[in-house]
Write a protein that binds this ligand. Structure first.
Ligand code: ADP
Length: 603
């Protein structure tokens, strides 16, 4: 995405304005009120003191006090009144803006999480995407200030333009030569300012990666889930060392950033001092030669400073707006991350389903190596298939392709004769209940871990807990189904045993009640006999449904109608247990003979 700077600013600005209009139109009203409360008193603050001083000078010059005192009191009261009222309105507007700013922070966090959870699965393994997610998060929050931060810059430009116009009129009338002095100073200062912005941007990119690693170290490693491994492997020192290194790198980064910015901010200070000196000298000269009154002197000094700051604010706000938009644009880039997968629209027809892999070959994204080649297999409705093979043979990849977490590189997968790319994702995924080897339990309640959607049927939850053998254990938990797992949400949350965790994952698959059930070695941590029991029970629970079991132990195979043996990136053997077990020199026959001791008793 190689867009020009103007496009980035324009696109981001339009996005921010539209989002504010859609979600919080009140924000525009707040800016309007703030504008009135800042610009009107701002102009009064330049003009009114002139009249006040001129009146006082007249009294000093010998004119009767009574003639001027009421005007003086009136002007003074007006200045104080306007000042008070405007500060009150501005502070109220700022408070409201802060609330809206917080609201938008949450809003964008939610949008990002939801996009990250629903984008093409392959992106979740792409380091470039992870980096982009980090930058989008930071860019839309504290680096740009989000909607409010960016609209603040826009507001500042509009307000400063209005002030500039008013002040220029005043100065042109009194001492026009002040204008070029301010403009020259400003041009020099903007050069320094733009250098500072560039340095900021350079370090944003550099520090973003460090922030991501830092977040991982500071937040994730303190998670209790890692507690056991860290203690048992005595890794605390190694972790602290990493924390130390990353902390030092971050501090070094900030120090370097400040060192680079220092000469530029010094330059700005010097130009400011010279500009003030010249302005005072020139206006003082006009007063001494009686070309202007003392009131005019005050107004010009005040006006010159306002003129300068208005111009400065415009240039600085334009630069800041550009910079902030380039940060926030990372959010737009991330949310528009291309969807490589075609999105189908077809509905899956109800009932039982035939699954067919036809000449399917696959290599992972960003990899040149095929992990599956020319896979051809048909799984009939209600059939139970066991997939066996050594580690790395491609069994899990086969399941990932079937669930359409990835698209095939060659060939096609058909369900009921239709290429799965043509089905709507949401509809298609409803076909499967999968328990992966690396299934994840969340730090939510036991019930939520099983249901995983918003609609809960407690009777069914209890039923599946009974089926998976976890019901008795769940009754012993402090808060039953409401007991939280892990300590993240609830400090009294529970830690389930390995077996209980597996049963929770299996309950989740049963609760979903999908027509195709897949177990991808979720029982790897169990001994062969316990695994045999789980598969046996599970097999009877899913009778009538299509089931696919993966295991490199053969305990699952005996209940299955068909067995597919994966080796050398493809299906090497396929058939019933009896057929394959008796095949001379067969891979399955060899594996079965080696493992038979575990199952002989039960065969
Ligand atoms: P199995 O389930 O039979 O143990 P997998 O399907 O997990 O095997 O892996 C098959 C091959 O694909 C292995 O060589 C593995 O390293 C590779 N692989 C698995 N996941 C990925 C991935 N996300 N990116 C790249 N290669 C992968």
């Amino acid at each position: 995405m190689n867009k020009g700077k103007e496009h980035i600013t324009k696109d981001t600005l339009i996005f921010m304005l539209k989002t504010a209009k859609k979600e919080k139109p009140l924000l525009f009203f707040i800016y309007l009120i703030k504008f009135i409360a800042e610009v009107v008193p701002g102009m009064f603050a330049i003009i009114l003191p002139k009249f006040l001083i001129d009146e006082i000078v007249k009294i000093i010059g010998g004119e009767p006090v009574e003639e001027h005192i009421y005007t003086i009191i009136f002007i003074a009261a007006l200045i104080i009144g306007i000042e008070l009222l405007s500060s009150l309105i501005i502070s109220l507007a700022e408070q409201l803006k802060d609330i809206i700013r917080e609201w938008f922070d949450q809003y964008f966090d939610m949008k990002l999480s939801s996009h990250a959870m629903t984008m093409d699965f392959e992106h979740t393994e792409n380091p470039e995407v992870l980096d982009k997610l980090g930058k989008a998060k930071e860019g839309m929050s504290w680096y740009s200030g989000g909607v409010v931060g960016i609209l603040d810059h826009l507001y500042k430009i509009i307000k400063s333009l209005a002030m500039l116009f008013g002040v220029s009129v005043v100065i042109l009338l009194v001492c026009p030569m002040l204008i070029p002095v301010q403009i020259i100073a400003l041009v020099i200062i903007s050069v320094f300012n733009s250098k500072i912005q560039n340095i900021n941007k350079k370090y944003f990119l550099r520090l973003s990666k460090l922030n991501r690693v830092g977040d991982y170290i500071f937040n994730e490693l303190s998670d209790f889930r890692y507690g056991k491994d860290i203690r048992l492997y005595n890794s605390a020192d190694m972790m602290c060392q990493k924390t130390d290194t990353i902390g030092k790198e971050m501090v070094d980064g900030w120090k370097q950033e400040n060192r680079e910015m220092f000469p530029h901010s010094m330059g700005m200070d010097i130009v400011n001092a010279v500009r003030d000196g010249i302005s005072y000298f020139y206006i003082g000269y006009l007063v001494l030669t009686k070309a202007i009154t003392i009131g005019d002197f005050q107004m010009s000094i005040n006006g010159a400073s306002r003129l300068y700051w208005s111009l400065f604010n415009i240039i600085q706000s334009v630069q800041e707006l550009n910079t902030s938009c380039s940060y926030a644009h990372r959010y737009l880039e991330f949310t528009a991350f291309p969807c490589a997968m075609t999105k189908g629209t077809k509905s899956v027809k109800p009932g039982r389903h035939t699954i067919e892999f036809s000449h399917v070959s696959f290599k992972y994204p960003r990899s040149e190596k095929y992990v599956l080649r020319d896979i051809n297999i048909t799984i009939n409705p209600g059939e139970h298939l066991s997939i066996v093979g050594l580690n790395g043979a491609g069994k899990t990849t086969f399941i990932k392709l079937l669930c359409r977490l990835y698209d095939v590189t060659e060939g096609e997968i058909l369900v009921d004769g239709v290429n799965i790319k043509e089905y709507s994702d949401e509809e298609y995924r409803k076909l499967f209940s999968v328990v992966f080897q690396d299934y994840q339990l969340f730090a939510f309640s036991l019930r939520e871990n099983i249901v995983l959607t918003e609609e809960t049927d407690d009777n069914r939850v209890k039923e599946v807990l009974k089926q998976s053998g976890l019901y008795e254990d769940s009754l012993k938990l402090d808060h039953g189904l409401d007991t939280y797992l892990f300590k993240t949400y609830d400090e009294k949350g529970t830690e389930l045993s390995g077996g209980q965790k597996q049963k929770t994952a299996i309950s989740r698959a049963l609760y979903r009640n999908a027509p195709v059930v897949i177990l991808d070695e979720p029982t790897a941590a169990l001994d062969p006999v316990a695994e045999y029991e789980i598969y046996r029970q599970f097999n009877s629970l899913v009778k009538g449904k299509t089931a696919i079991y993966i295991s490199h132990r053969l305990s699952s195979c005996k209940f299955c109608d068909k067995i597919a043996v994966f080796a050398d990136d493809t299906i090497k053997e396929y058939g019933t247990h009896d057929l394959l077990a008796n095949k001379s020199n067969g891979i399955y026959a060899g594996m079965f003979a080696a493992q038979a001791q575990y199952y002989v008793k039960r065969a």
